[in-house]
Design a protein around this ligand. Structure first.
Ligand SMILES: [Zn+2]
Length: 413
């Protein structure tokens, strides 16, 4: 089969040498196009990832191409090494959108030692500056469609199954990307002429036992440097927030998390004791009121100021403690309706006050709840049985809104 230049290179007036070197040409059905047959390596650049093309090739577009080419060439090397060293085919791959790590999907998770092996091998080739070139041969009549290149074939026959051309390939040329001494793969994409700038880093593998296909991420060349800069920035910010050096950051974060868990547990315990005390105090108030000759229904409004993010659970704890502390005698006057509110210490028209209404008579609770909603336009809520809860948006002052609410609670006579 004689070698020739690809149609696109011919159209652009490039020589055979330029075409084979893989410089300045975008042959046939390129896998980085939006349309066209699939790349024999079964990957294609996501169309959305490409910047919008203007009428001229801008500088940023050129940089973008270099970034994508770097990752594509590195992907060939990573896939080839995983296959030759570990006998594992690449089931799928994606260059992803810059600056996210690219990935290859494998039939199983690599071990950390295997990841290290592939990374070391890749960087040995990089250190040697292995050359990359493109070989293009014109297809003779009837040569198109050597294999289908679909995923099932790849699973059955390994990576080699994808080395032919897709059946719908119409490019007229057979284009092979060659990494000297490492890999020969049919590919329509553009590549760097050398591995020299493609230092490669494989991210730690997923835990063993993950179901296939297992995704392994990697970075190379400029994208690796971008990633390094981003990670360094994150680490510096974390260390700054913890007032320590970057090396101490992981231990310091672990310490902070541990302390936070213990503090949370302690706050929970203190809140439970406080709710018990408040509930018991209210029950005692009701008992005193009864002892002093109070008859019928006892009503009470309590407005709290609390910056807790969990106001309702705390108010519910108070209501439970109150119910538990009530006298148990069957003839005890249990008729009561109570409203608790919890507002933040600094209020604005957009802050929220949580209200909890509860009582001994579910019908009364329902009526009062509806009445509260009518009275306060910023209040939304509902309930079931003897409890009703809601959220009020706006400024809630105990001596203003609280006073009005307390009036609504009182039994109609
Ligand atoms: Zn390729």
């Amino acid at each position: 089969m004689g070698r020739g230049i690809c149609q696109e290179a011919r159209r652009r007036g490039h020589t055979l040498r330029e075409c084979q070197a893989g410089r300045g040409e975008r042959p046939g059905p390129a896998c980085d196009r939006e349309e066209g047959p699939p790349c024999p390596r079964r990957g294609r650049l996501q169309a959305a990832a490409r910047p919008r093309k203007s009428s001229y090739k801008s500088h940023t577009s050129w940089i973008y191409d270099v970034l994508q080419m770097s990752m594509h060439t590195a992907q060939h090397v990573v896939s080839a090494l995983i296959e030759s060293k570990l006998q594992l085919p690449t089931l799928a791959w994606s260059l992803t959108q810059h600056p996210a790590p690219s990935y290859v999907d494998l039939p199983r998770a690599l071990t950390p030692a295997e990841v290290q092996l592939i990374q070391d091998e890749a960087n040995r080739l990089v250190f040697e500056g292995r050359r990359v070139h493109v070989e293009v041969a014109e297809l003779q009549a009837g040569e198109a469609g050597i294999d289908t290149g679909d995923a099932d074939d790849a699973l059955a026959g390994g990576r080699a199954a994808g080395r032919g051309l897709p059946s719908d390939y119409t490019g007229g040329v057979h284009r092979v990307v060659v990494v000297d001494g490492v890999d020969r793969s049919p590919c329509c994409g553009t590549h760097l002429p050398s591995l020299a700038s493609l230092q490669t880093y494989l991210l730690p593998p997923p835990p063993p036992g993950a179901s296939a296909p297992v995704r392994h991420h990697f970075l190379a060349g400029p994208r690796l440097l971008t990633h390094l800069g981003a990670v360094q920035g994150l680490l510096a910010r974390t260390a700054g927030a913890l007032s320590c050096g970057p090396p101490e950051a992981p231990e310091r974060v672990a310490l902070v998390v541990d302390e936070s868990k213990r503090r949370e547990k302690r706050v929970e315990e203190v809140e439970r004791q406080l709710a018990d005390a408040l509930g018991a105090g209210l029950a005692e108030e009701m008992r005193a009121w009864t002892a002093a000759g109070g008859a019928g229904e006892w009503t009470r409004y309590v407005g709290r100021t609390d910056d807790t993010p969990t106001a309702l659970p705390f108010l519910l704890s108070i209501s439970s403690a109150f119910a538990a502390a009530l006298p148990e005698a069957p003839d005890a006057p249990h008729g009561y309706t109570m409203l608790l509110s919890s507002s933040p210490s600094s209020q604005t028209p957009s802050t929220t006050t949580v209200v909890l209404l509860f009582g001994s008579d579910d019908k009364k609770v329902k009526v009062v709840g509806e009445e509260l909603k009518k009275q306060f336009k910023g209040l939304k809520g509902g309930g079931r049985g003897t409890r009703w809860s809601g959220k009020y948006t706006g400024v809630w002052l105990p001596e203003r809104e609280g006073k009005v609410a307390a009036t609504i609670l009182q039994p109609s006579t």
